[in-house]
Design a binder for this molecule. Structure first.
Ligand code: ATP
Length: 326
């Protein structure tokens, strides 16, 4: 985790409407230098609009955006020390890889020799040495994404904005790129602001997550804080899965992975019996749905066990793993 020493982006009371849709509704957010911050939320929650306002592609109706202590709210994108990586890569199709990467440096007037050297070095960083003379169409999706990333990083922006950059990749490649991207971010030490609607992706990559709901940040914290201590029903349901249980008239939440299923043994100070309604094999684990004596169906996610639908089972958990949401 990065020390919250210096704030690189400071956002105050940021709002933006489209017609009568309040896309972003009074957002306050401080982003620390060198951190990997994810804007997470369902489709339409306003995260992309926030990113586009930081980039300068969209103007706020109200509010302030400071970059490195300077108000940039009214500056065009090219006068802001940020670069954006888009889901569709936005590479120039007629240029080869090395020219794509050098493009920003050429615009800045960096001399040819240095330009080439920096571009080659950046290509090596994403393990694409030798690909410089290919056209984007001659690359795989993952390689294209790495080129898009390199093209942004070579400019050494103080902040890199990433708008669902892994969205077009298949699951396997996506998971691999999540790890690569996180490693690269640590290596280069540039602040990443990353937009996704995928909670697992957010948990895997981020130093902190801002959870968006209807144009507002509902919670801001480390992946662990957001997952283990969600502050609202929305966050508890959007980030991970949860069971709601009424015990002694109180509604508590317990994550499915903390509920053990057994024929009769208890593991923890809470338990309930019930009948196994369904068992869904999902690879490393199985999701057990149990109709309980509480009158509620609970989900337990555990390694595959010797249970058949219709079995009477005991579900148990540690009450210290429960959390309350209001
Ligand atoms: P997604 O993951 O689908 O991109 P998001 O959380 O990034 O969603 P935004 O793209 O920021 O959400 O959109 C927030 C709201 O603003 C949505 O209701 C969207 O339809 C609306 N909106 C965004 N951009 C525009 C635009 N240029 N014109 C009209 N409405 C827009």
């Amino acid at each position: 985790m990065v020390e919250p020493a210096s704030i690189i982006v400071s956002i105050r009371n940021l709002s933006r409407s489209f017609g009568n849709v309040r896309a972003v509704d009074g957002v306050d957010l401080d982003i620390y230098a060198g951190e990997f911050l994810t804007l997470l939320g369902p489709s339409g929650s306003g995260k992309t609009t926030v990113l586009r306002m930081i980039a300068g592609f969209e103007r706020p109706d109200t509010g302030l955006i400071e970059l490195g202590g300077k108000d940039v709210s009214q500056l065009p994108p090219y006068e802001r020390d940020v670069n954006t990586v888009f889901q569709d890569y936005a590479l120039f199709p007629h240029m080869d890889v090395i020219s794509n990467i050098e493009y920003g440096l050429r615009i800045q007037g960096v001399e040819k020799g240095e330009r080439r050297a920096r571009a080659e070095k950046a290509l090596a960083q994403v393990r694409l040495e030798g690909y410089g003379s290919r056209k984007p169409a001659q690359l795989s999706g993952g390689q294209r994404q790495r080129v898009a990333l390199t093209r942004a990083l070579v400019n050494r922006p103080s902040v890199l904005l990433l708008d669902e950059p892994l969205g077009a990749l298949d699951l396997k490649l996506r998971e691999q790129m999540q790890i690569e991207l996180k490693e690269l971010q640590r290596e280069v030490g540039i602040t990443f602001v990353f937009v996704t609607h995928d909670q697992e992706e957010a948990l895997t990559m981020s130093d902190r997550i801002a959870v968006f709901n209807q144009g507002k940040i509902e919670q801001l914290g480390s992946p662990r804080e957001v997952y283990e201590n969600p502050l609202s029903p929305f966050v508890s349901e959007f980030v991970g899965q949860t069971n709601k249980v009424v015990i002694d008239g109180r509604s508590i939440n317990i994550r499915p992975e903390f509920i053990t299923i057994s024929k009769s043994k208890k593991f923890g100070d809470r338990s309930v019996v019930g009948k196994l309604h369904d068992a869904i094999f999902v690879g490393a684990t199985t999701r057990y749905l149990v109709h309980t004596d509480l009158g509620q169906t609970l989900m337990s996610t555990q390694p595959d066990g010797e249970f058949s639908v219709g079995d009477f089972v005991t579900l148990s958990w540690e009450s210290k793993k429960e959390f309350l949401v209001n």
